[in-house]
Design a protein around this ligand. Sequence first.
Ligand code: F6R
Length: 609
Amino acid sequence: MCGIIGAVAVRDVVPILIEGLKRLEYRGYDSSGLATINGEQLERKRAVGKISKLEAKLKKKSLSSKIGIAHTRWATHGKANQANAHPHFSKDNIAVVHNGIIENHSKLRETLEKAGYEFSSDTDTEVIAHQIHYHLKQGKNLYAAFLASLAMIEGTYAIAMISPLMPDSLFAARRGSPLIVGIGVGEYFLASDAAALISVTQRVIYLEDGDIVELQRDNMTITDMAGNPVERIEHISKLQADAVERGEYRHYMQKEIFEQPQAIIDTLEGRIHNGRVLEAAFGPNAGELFSKIEAVQIIACGTSYHAGMVARYWIESLAKLPCTVEIASEFRYRKPLPNPKALVVTLSQSGETADTLAALAETKRLGFGPSLAICNVPESSLVRASDLVLMTHAGPEIGVASTKAFTTQLLSLLMLTVVLARRRGMTAETENQIVTAIQSLPRQIEKMLTLNDSIEKLAEQFADKHNALFLGRGIHYPIAMEGALKLKEISYIHAEAYPAGELKHGPLALVDDKMPVIAVAPNDDLQEKLKSNLQEVNARGGQLFVFANHSSMKQGFDYINVIETGEVDEIISPIIYTIPLQLLSYHVALIKGTDVDQPRNLAKAVTVE
Ligand code: F6R
């Protein structure tokens, strides 16, 4: 998704902007650009493709300035081409970069065209630049013109603006898209993501919706939309530079898969004591809020939604609470019936997913019960909007395909289940057993990671495939869904997941000797039933790839590969079985030569609807 970086300093900011853009690359983008002020002139460089293309242009004709804004663009309005890349200018004296979506841009554009403005792009952003210019022409000063333009915008934005009219000031505003001020010594920075600031400062201020900021080398002013000053607290970002380096790994995704034992250890830290999950881990008033709930409503998108689907099995069977799980983009428009006794659980790696944020707001508007965010980014919008928070301490996840965020979400949801189940009569003995299983996770995940080489070999059989079917039953059905999502997003192989019992109701028609069928088949109550479903595949010549505890699964099948996982504790088995599926998609993508960390068309944090 789009990224913003800006700086005003006593030194040349161009290298800072480029470094920041590189650190934003993981969010996904298709073009980039930067604008600076040189004397009384705006200067700009833009390029389609990787940041290295922009750097190459800067090598030909370098820019140097003490103030600048830069952007990575992920196309929403208009193609991924140079004309649409940010920054956008108006009459060579306004430059803006923008994340978000201006919903009324067509109307604004029409009015501005009638007023004589010529557009050089198809973007909604260019409207903002011209709108500011229009207000300047009406006699307003730059700050007032900026405010007046924001007031006309419907939609979401994080905007940064510079102008030679005030060459020492960088203006910015936030509504619905994250924006952070970085504080240096005699310099200020601006970014849509703390990761972009890592090499310049750890001192940050998270702007809130409605905030307008003016940054000068030695001064910062934050106001609301009416121009009244507002106070925002300074934080120390905990992001470490080495946490976002790839180190010895070929890809971030690979690094993040192998980091999972540590991510689990970090997520567990301080949350378990004497064989019990601490309720206070969810927030100081968690006990009071949990005591009133009679249902759970989980809301999330993509991989996070799959984690929610797994949790439903745990919550209903152990905590005996009715649990509904819904995709955020559907929930927000469905007009659901409010349940004031339902705990609303949102799941999100980024904490900035627009649909999840809007769905949470909708639960508040409708009168659902208290909200709990399970999230990986501290101080994200989701965290700040929730009553209770449990951070997954997975560390920065840079690969677009979510891996360690997913398994730490599952762990967090299992801890939530235990806390809720205890309130509803789960015995200390059962809790102890679950906690023992939880504590064995890092070791068991390490064991799964040793399957890497055999899965790498297996992946060769997928290289020429165009489709794949993933099967699971019960709590492992969402794990099959997650396996299919991973495969399609990074290897571009079309993959679908089905609950295995559903095969005969339609998808079996797809099975022939060219169709790989991947099954998640742990040794649980449903293993025998799953086996008969796999026989249905076998009888149609399908190629079976089965992840199972034991190779005895092979018996009675013609074409079958069994990847042995060994015995796995049933309660944590969805977490464990995720690992080989992540490795499979990673190795298939490697063979296919795709951009593993930044798959085409996708973005890390989906901050637009
Ligand atoms: C898939 C993936 C996405 C995200 C989804 C939600 O690998 O990463 O499906 O899970 O966009 O993002 P978050 O969790 O940040 O809300």
